[in-house]
Ligand binder design. Structure first.
Ligand SMILES: Cc1cc2nc3c(=O)[nH]c(=O)nc-3n(C[C@H](O)[C@H](O)[C@H](O)COP(=O)(O)OP(=O)(O)OC[C@H]3O[C@@H](n4cnc5c(N)ncnc54)[C@H](O)[C@@H]3O)c2cc1C
Length: 541
């Protein structure tokens, strides 16, 4: 039946303002930290007939799963072609021998360090293990024993003992252990894997399973729900597409598929092999001896410049629009300049790139332009019936600035059997994803009531009123009038707590310890970088 024939007030249609239909089967897109915590919350309810996470990669972990074999092949391929590939076709040794496979590599890179303290991103029911050695003194990121999850609660330090949330931390007086609170990439993937193992999530995750279509439809037998098409790629077999039906779908596919490309005069005309987005960065060896112009001053751009400085031709130039909000150490090999007006191929040397800055300055002889400019929202496989014509429409606008029609950034207002985990931008990603998941699980099990359709739909307008309607719409710390990230996390927690019969909930944001650390994340990270300077691999930091 075509979507136009779908009613908007039938018993099974979740646009009915009385609440949700009976939900027995839930599909989750993605098995990164967001999908896994969603999954764990659904299992905990104990009432669903089936919940399944579909993950297109060959392992769980999302951003935090950097496959070294694929990363090495990406670097080698980049050396040959000077082009970033995504998805990446590779040969990875498997049980069946060498075989060409499709991969969606993580945007992570060698030597990546987390920017958020362990205690702040921890799931509320699974503390981080105490680090086995200090990353300040280690020459490489340390792996950890994946099954030592119970020790983290003892990981107290002087920061946590600060008297109140307004306390100014005296960085100089902090011991190394007070500052060495940021996890390495390896530590983080080990934490995620031990979380999945501890709660026995893996049997419910389908790996090598790419979700290629999600539609809200009425079947010929009258059932209304989500039709999900999944392409599976079992090793040694041709891809197969399987269609299945679900009462609810939870999107947890991350936001690294759709690149934000700045609108700079001349950028599109530059040779493809001289412009590379940070998503393709794996190792500074790609830029040995090259002169780099980096755009942006988010964490990726900062890290790439710091890691590349010892190998690239220096100085590296970094074009920025505003002072850095993140932890970043001054480095005489990296020079910050203002926004770029125009990029061009140099008339004197067709292999080099020049840049005219908005302040009139001319910079020349660049070999490569690195776009550390982030990502946009786009889900080519997801269509939702529009409110007026009922035709299936994309969930994001053409400029991909945000997701349309959400209630509180995580629930589709008119189709609340569509949940979205971790698409907002904030500091404490894992723990807020968990707080969202705990609410979704209770809503879908019927332990919590939905707010009215009117209230859900009105929320988007309120958000626009508070922060505007641009690409920073889902940046929760911008919602200062509403209390920002702590208030958002605490609101989710309290909503979950209002359901009868207990169960796990998001972290307690009233906790002074968290507020003290949260308020000082950037200062602490900067202090950690300062103390570890020169001691990390690849010259990073
Ligand atoms: C370079 C970088 C550095 C970061 N550093 C930090 C940090 O230091 N600290 C921090 O807290 N956060 C950091 N983040 C944010 C990070 O995204 C979150 O920590 C967290 O990984 C989000 O979890 P997620 O599960 O929502 O998404 P992801 O981790 O992106 O996982 C999404 C998963 O969904 C899968 N998927 C997507 N589409 C489909 C599909 N159609 N079918 C099947 N599977 C699909 C993907 O393959 C992936 O495995 C960083 C992000 C990036 C890009």
């Amino acid at each position: 039946m075509p979507p136009s024939e779908l009613g908007t007030t039938s018993m099974q249609n979740p646009t009915d303002s009385t609440g949700l239909p009976k939900i027995k089967r839930i599909a989750i897109v993605g098995a990164g930290p967001g999908g896994l915590t969603a999954f764990k919350s659904f299992l905990e309810e104990g009432v669903f007939e089936e919940a399944r996470a579909f993950e297109r990669r060959d392992d769980i972990g999302g951003v935090w799963y950097l496959d070294p074999l694929i990363a090495k092949q990406e670097v080698d391929r980049y050396q040959e072609t000077r082009r970033g590939e995504y998805p990446f076709r590779s040969t990875k040794p498997s049980d069946d021998g060498q075989e060409e496979r499709v991969h969606w590599p993580s945007p992570a890179y060698e030597g990546m360090m987390g920017n958020i303290p362990r205690d702040l991103i921890a799931f509320s029911d699974f503390p981080w293990p105490k680090p086995t050695s200090s990353s300040l003194s280690a020459s490489e990121p340390q792996d950890i024993d994946a099954d030592t999850g119970s020790d983290g609660a003892k990981n107290r330090n002087r920061i946590q003992d600060a008297e109140n949330e307004d306390a100014e931390l005296d960085m100089e007086s902090l011991a190394d252990e007070d500052v060495d609170i940021f996890p390495t990439l390896l530590e983080t993937i080990a934490y995620i894997k031990s979380y999945a193992a501890h709660f026995n999530l893996l049997p419910h995750v389908s790996l090598n399973a790419e979700v290629v279509s999600v539609r809200y439809r009425k079947r010929d037998d009258g059932y209304v729900g989500w039709e999900v098409k999944v392409k599976t790629r079992a090793v040694g077999e041709a891809p197969t597409e399987i269609t299945s039906w679900w009462d609810a779908v939870v999107m947890a596919g991350g936001m690294c598929d759709s690149l934000a490309i700045p609108n700079i005069d001349g950028l599109e005309a530059l040779p493809e092999e001289q412009v590379v987005h940070a998503r393709h960065y794996r190792s500074p060896t790609s830029w040995t001896g090259k002169k780099i112009l980096a755009l942006g001053n988010g964490y990726s751009s900062i890290d790439i410049c710091a890691q590349s400085a010892p190998l690239a031709k220096t100085p590296i130039y970094r074009s920025i629009h505003h002072p850095c909000f993140f932890a970043c150490l001054p480095d005489e090999r990296v020079i910050d300049v203002g926004p770029i007006k125009r990029l061009y191929i140099m008339p004197s040397d067709a292999e080099k790139i020049g840049a005219e800055l908005e302040d009139g300055q001319i910079l020349e002889d660049f070999d490569v332009v690195i776009l550390g400019t982030g990502y946009r929202y786009e889900f080519p496989f997801l269509r939702i019936p529009s409110s007026d014509t009922q035709e299936d429409v994309p969930a994001t606008p053409p400029d991909r600035r945000r997701i349309l029609g959400l209630y509180k950034h995580f629930l589709h207002a008119r189709y609340p059997t569509l949940g979205l985990i971790s698409y907002e931008i904030l500091f404490t990603t894992f723990s807020v994803a968990q707080a969202q998941a705990c609410v979704l699980a209770r809503l879908y099990s019927g332990r919590l009531a939905l707010p009215s359709l009117e209230e859900r739909v009105a929320d988007e307008g309120k958000c626009i009123e508070e922060v505007g309607d641009d690409h920073l719409f889902h940046v929760i710390p911008r919602y200062m009038k509403s209390g920002g990230e702590p208030a958002y996390g605490q609101w989710l927690r309290e909503w979950a707590l209002s359901a009868p019969a207990g169960g796990s909930v998001g972290v307690q944001w009233d906790d002074k310890r968290r507020m003290v650390v949260y308020k000082n994340i950037v200062k602490l990270k900067t202090e950690q970088l300062r103390r570890s300077k020169g001691r990390r691999i690849n010259g990073a930091y």
